[in-house]
Ligand binder design. Structure first.
Ligand code: NA7
Length: 530
């Protein structure tokens, strides 16, 4: 039975869903958001593991749509920890009275476009159905946790923790023998915290990763005052930068720079810390030699930090730097100098199975009290595949995307009218500062809805031609990058059987904004409006 009718239904109440809801309501539309969690925050609601924090400066990783909000809010650290970001999300929800239109603890399981009424029929887990003209997904791009298919995973009698579904009560590992599977960003953030408590911590590493120290610390009040006094101008300038983050980006190519100059520049960036370590040279992600120079610099640092040469060698990545999202850590490599931390490589000697007592590798059973899975996400498409989304003629989105995701501008899918996706595949999301990118998409989508209403029309849909163009264009702009050829969740290579398609938009935020604006300037070229 259809319980209610809305102008728009939003799936998710993370930063994208919250802003969507706010904008839709400002437009006078009847909107409802459904959220699986019991509160707002999305990524920052779920990822409560110890050490979780943002790796883009908090002064920039924040909403800008409301000047008073960005003036009022105080971030305590350069890179805020998860509890503070969640507090911020909750504050925004309260400040704009969003909760009254969010239904928590409700998973959307299906959404079907109705060919006759041109509405979406949306079903939630308990079988409730609602109708909406617009179906808007704000489900995140790194939100579908990858529970690895390791035999016996459910047999373990100790505690199993999944970093992206961390318990709400803090976990105390004191006195425990802890195993951690995975050595990506999440593991690098959480292992230094767990190592402080655990009797022993053993990391099971399949692929070593590059990481740059965060040099995180309290906010500098002078810097905060400067940013707040100049927010609009700084935000506008950030939108002209590839990743949407203000920093001192270099404008020269490494391949034309003397090696001693490069060395000094990398040292300076290492000391300053953070995600923009590779930003000194424009060809870091395009020229193999420039990339290898930076990669070797970081390997040298790892060898300097980690005292045991064998462990240091195990921790040194051999692939190009940055082809997988670079990590930012607070004392990750240093933990391997602690007597209670060890590493086991599992590429050559894989984990065979999880037993009742622990992890079996190379025929040997290693016993643990707790196993922490920091095994990543089914990025971009994972969350879509969990919802039975069907467009015109009952076509399943899953089938439409069988050979890889297809859409126009990363936001609209041909055959799925009045459906828009925020931070979806083929959008610049993960290569950019997520918050400004979310705001840009939300504003574009809500403007498009406004346009349809102004035209006195009811349906907007990307054309197949536009979709073909965007898929081709995304591939073309990704090809020259070293990332295009690497194994990473960018291409879905971390999920067995997933089609290998480069999913983030690689031309950068300014180019993306220009494409979106061109479409509007040309009267929503690439869309059929009826
Ligand atoms: P990542 O970066 O995808 O890391 C997942 C890790 O888990 C990685 O080291 C994987 O090794 C490892 N993994 C996954 N499955 C297995 C199995 N079956 N056996 C052993 N090891 C495994 O996810 P994160 O959560 O750390 O970070 C994701 C993004 O979130 C990050 O870039 C930030 O943007 C925020 P692999 O590399 O596949 O060999």
């Amino acid at each position: 039975m259809v319980q209610d009718e809305y102008d728009a239904v939003v799936v998710g109440a993370g930063f994208a869903g919250m802003y969507l809801l706010h904008r839709l309501r400002q437009m006078g539309l009847r909107a409802k958001a459904f959220e699986t969690g019991s509160d707002v925050g999305g990524t920052w609601y779920w990822n409560r593991y110890p050490g979780a924090r943002v790796d883009v400066e908090s002064m920039q990783y924040s909403y800008q749509f409301d000047e008073e909000l960005q003036q009022d809010w105080e971030w305590s650290e350069r890179y805020s920890p998860q509890p503070e970001i969640l507090r911020y999300a909750r504050h925004v929800a309260d400040r704009f009275d969003l909760r009254r239109d969010i239904q928590f603890e409700t998973r959307v399981t299906a959404a079907r476009f109705q060919d006759d009424s041109k509405d979406w029929l949306i079903t939630t887990e308990d079988g409730t159905q609602v109708r909406a003209r617009y179906f808007l997904t704000a489900v995140g791009c790194l939100s579908s946790f990858n529970k690895p298919a390791i035999p016996g995973i459910d047999d373990f009698k100790g505690n199993s923790y999944f970093t992206a579904q961390w318990p709400h009560e803090p976990v105390d590992f004191t006195g425990q023998r802890v195993a951690m599977i995975g050595t990506g960003s999440t593991a690098m953030q959480s292992s230094p915290e767990i190592a402080k408590q655990a009797k022993s911590l053993t990391l099971f590493q399949r692929t070593p990763n590059y990481s740059i120290p965060s040099h995180n610390g309290p906010q500098d009040p002078e810097y905060v005052a400067y940013v707040k006094a100049n927010y609009p101008e700084l935000r506008a300038r950030a939108k002209q930068i590839y990743g949407g983050v203000l920093d001192d980006w270099g404008e020269t190519e490494g391949k034309h720079t003397p090696k001693d100059v490069m060395e000094k520049e990398l040292e300076r960036r290492w000391r300053r810390g953070g995600l923009t370590f590779l930003g000194g040279y424009t060809d870091s992600m395009y020229d193999k030699d420039t990339n290898e120079f930076a990669a070797e610099f970081v390997r040298r640092k790892i060898r300097e930090i980690v005292k045991d040469p064998e462990t240091a060698e195990l921790l040194c990545p051999t692939n190009e730097i940055g082809v997988k999202r670079i990590c930012v850590d607070t004392g990750y490599f240093q933990i391997f100098n602690r007597p209670n931390v060890s590493i086991m490589e599992v590429r050559n000697t894989p984990i065979e199975r999880i037993s009742e007592k622990g992890i079996v590798r190379g025929g040997v059973e290693h016993e643990f009290d707790s196993i922490v899975y920091a095994t990543g996400f089914d990025a971009f498409t994972g969350s879509y595949n969990r919802i039975d989304i069907r467009g015109r003629g009952g076509v399943r989105l899953k089938d439409h995307w069988e050979a890889g995701p297809r859409n126009f501008l990363g936001m609209a899918v041909a055959g799925f009218p009045n459906m828009f996706t925020v931070t979806g595949p083929l959008s610049p999301s993960v290569f950019t500062n997520m918050l400004p990118t979310i705001e840009q998409s939300v504003e574009w989508i809500t403007d498009a809805i406004e346009y349809v209403r102004e035209q006195d029309k009811s349906v907007i849909e990307a054309t197949e031609t536009a979709e073909d163009y965007w898929v081709r264009h995304c591939d073309e702009v990704a090809r020259p990058s070293l990332r295009y050829h690497a194994d990473c969740w960018y291409l879905g290579s971390n999920i067995p059987g997933k089609p290998r398609v480069f999913m983030p938009y690689n031309a950068g935020l300014p180019a993306y904004i220009e494409k979106c604006e061109q479409v509007v300037a040309n009267d929503y070229e690439g869309f059929a409006v009826a």
